[in-house]
Design a protein around this ligand. Sequence first.
Ligand code: ADE
Length: 262
Amino acid sequence: MENIDIGIFGGSGLYSFSEDFEERELDTPYGKPSGPVSIGNCGGVKVAFLPRHGKEHHLPPHLIPYRANIYAMKQLGVKKILAPTASGSLKAEIKPGDFVICDQFVDRTSGRRDTFFEGPAVRHISSAYPYCPELRKLAAEIGRSQGVTIHEKGTVVVIQGPRFSTVAESRWYGKMGWEVINMTQYPECYLARELGICYVNISLITDFDAGLEGDTRIKPVSEQEVFKVFNENNEKVKTLLFEMIRQIGANAGGFACAHCGQ
Ligand code: ADE
């Protein structure tokens, strides 16, 4: 096993990380990951980058090989995963361009292969606190210091996709008190927990989902809007990731995380 320190999953709109990285084809007992993994050095820290939808965005959320992607990171020795995503907001006060550092998910997906423990090894892993509290704190502090509007916690409801939600579904999710909506956080986040990898999600808000109750100016989300807002904010996401990598690397003892078992 190699000792890559940090893994990054790129989401919609983030398909490459650094031109100096070298691409590597990997295989796992769960099949091939979404594409070649780009591996390189970021200020002395070894980083592996994988766009979860593939470089050409050819994999829809329900067909992403989540197990292969997480397992490939594990094979590389990754101990911490930084996982930005494009996400919708279910609350008026969480606006496009804001970042939410989610602390909980609600799984509304179906039929995804969502465990490594299918026998003979059978385990039941807690998902009570699925996100790494240390990485969340770091992401929030750095994001704020860079002038980003940060919501330091939030529940992401993960829908099956590829369709966006109906108005009724979106209203329901909002009324449940959930803040963020997305299509890829499950099972990616949980699978990292199964393998004892610290995982943080940085939800870049691109839209207000099916709209906001009582505000007819806001139209239901479209695919074009998600990509447009993500592209407008791509640099902000990368700047945050680079500084997280730098600070994790600078903290020599920083790879001990009691919560995640590292
Ligand atoms: N990704 C970005 N915006 C989204 C939304 N409104 N619903 C689901 N996934 C999304």
